[in-house]
Design a protein around this ligand. Structure first.
Ligand SMILES: Nc1ncnc2c1ncn2[C@@H]1O[C@H](COP(=O)(O)OP(=O)(O)OP(=O)(O)O)[C@@H](O)[C@H]1O
Ligand SMILES: [Mg+2]
Length: 365
């Protein structure tokens, strides 16, 4: 028997915790290629987490344990976890050029001016985006802050489930890591992550997120609209949403389309408004450069699986709309494993991004 100790890698494991679901992804290296070993999602009952705040730490620990038990091949207790977008503050700051350590320290002082909490009540994370070009006299720093009272119960639940959280980050940071190939875009890309309880918006440009926001509109909002309009129960509405989606075809599909149209139109208006907001608040150089207008949208989360919705979005916004590819930074996975469909993975983009944080990706196709 041969023991190949040097190649014995434990997996990296990402856990996306949402109000109504837990989603876990385990990545492992096989012959130096990073691949998805297993992934699992389970629903959370109402009342465990609400609006991003943990209501019942013990129940959450119990459901985390349940998810972990179902994750095939799990050989680590270390986990990277998402934190709710709606409780986080993300800002891109410009700082004078100075050594990295000094920038990090200065950001802590600056942070007070940007976040609506006193500094001793939040956890702060900062990331220097680009070493400044020779012709730039500033450095860009991404600042993320979350209230301690929001984060601590998540940490307690994770320890309660026997796990060790080694890193935590906001949903949009993780989602972008999964979807943006090589973590770089020449032009700004608008990301829409439509989930069961809310939709996150973000803009990624260059080497970083530039903007994040969220709205409470969700796939559940669409189900509720449908149930009301067609006078049917929630589970029947859910079935119709899965079966017909949002397509202007004949018969029942058309009735579903018409029932959903006002809500979807309102949703698209929100998208346009957020894009406008980003563009009018971006830096002067970006604003004066039409080349840096948002022209592309990446759609992910369970909402992106609704048939016809991505196409309609493209038609109404005039943007190039692509469904996100959670395997964008796992190119070998795509070639080797035809069984995992990208569509099925759309709701797992955040969890894939969390798991990816554990690895330094060496090469891209
Ligand atoms: N094939 C499908 N067709 C239509 N809708 C779908 C399909 N698959 C998933 N959905 C919708 O996506 C929802 C789940 O999305 P997702 O997993 O992204 O939510 P979440 O991450 O748990 O929620 P959030 O991020 O808002 O807290 C389901 O409730 C369902 O309405
Ligand atoms: Mg989600």
């Amino acid at each position: 028997m041969k023991f190949d100790l040097l190649n014995l890698h434990p997996g990296t494991f990402g856990l996306d915790i949402s109000d109504r679901s837990l989603k876990a992804v385990l990545l492992k290296k096989h012959r130096k290629r990073l691949r998805i070993e297993s992934f699992r999602g389970i629903l959370l009952p109402e009342g465990v987490i609400q609006g991003g705040e943990v209501q019942d730490i013990e129940k959450l620990a119990e459901f985390i344990k349940k998810t972990v038990t179902k994750l095939r091949g799990l050989d680590t207790r270390q986990v990277i976890v998402s934190l709710p977008e709606e409780k986080s503050f993300i800002r891109l700051l410009r700082m004078p050029v100075m050594p990295a350590q000094e920038i990090k320290e200065a950001v802590r002082f600056e942070a007070e001016n940007y976040i609506p909490f006193s500094i001793d009540k939040v956890y702060i994370d900062s990331q220097i985006i680009l070493s400044p070009d020779k012709d730039k006299d500033y450095a860009e720093v991404l600042l993320a802050a979350l209230p301690r009272k929001t984060v601590d119960p998540y940490v307690n639940a994770l320890y309660g489930a026997g796990l060790i959280p080694v890193a935590m980050e906001t949903e949009s940071q993780a989602t972008a890591r999964a979807l943006i190939k090589g973590s770089y875009t020449q032009k700004p890309v608008f990301i829409v992550d439509m989930g069961a309880t809310s939709t996150n918006f973000s803009v990624y440009s260059g080497h970083s997120l530039r903007f994040t926001s969220f709205i409470p509109f969700s796939t559940n909002s669409l189900t509720a609209v449908l149930a009301k309009a067609l006078k049917i129960g929630p589970s029947e509405a859910r079935k119709a949403q899965f079966l017909y989606g949002f397509q202007k075809k004949g018969g029942r599909a058309k009735r579903v389309f018409e029932a959903l149209l006002p809500a979807v139109t309102g949703f698209i208006e929100e998208i346009n408004k957020h894009i406008d907001y980003y563009q009018t608040h971006s830096s002067q150089e970006t604003k004066n450069n039409a080349d840096m207008d948002v022209r592309e949208l990446i759609f992910c989360g369970g909402g992106a699986r609704i048939k016809g919705l991505a196409g309609f979005m493209s038609q109404e916004t005039g943007l190039i709309v692509r469904k996100g590819n959670p395997l964008a930074n796992l190119p070998w996975e795509e070639k080797l494993n035809k069984k995992i469909s990208k569509d099925e993975l759309l709701p797992f983009a955040t969890a894939v991004g969390l798991a990816l944080r554990g690895y330094k990706i060496e090469s891209y196709d």
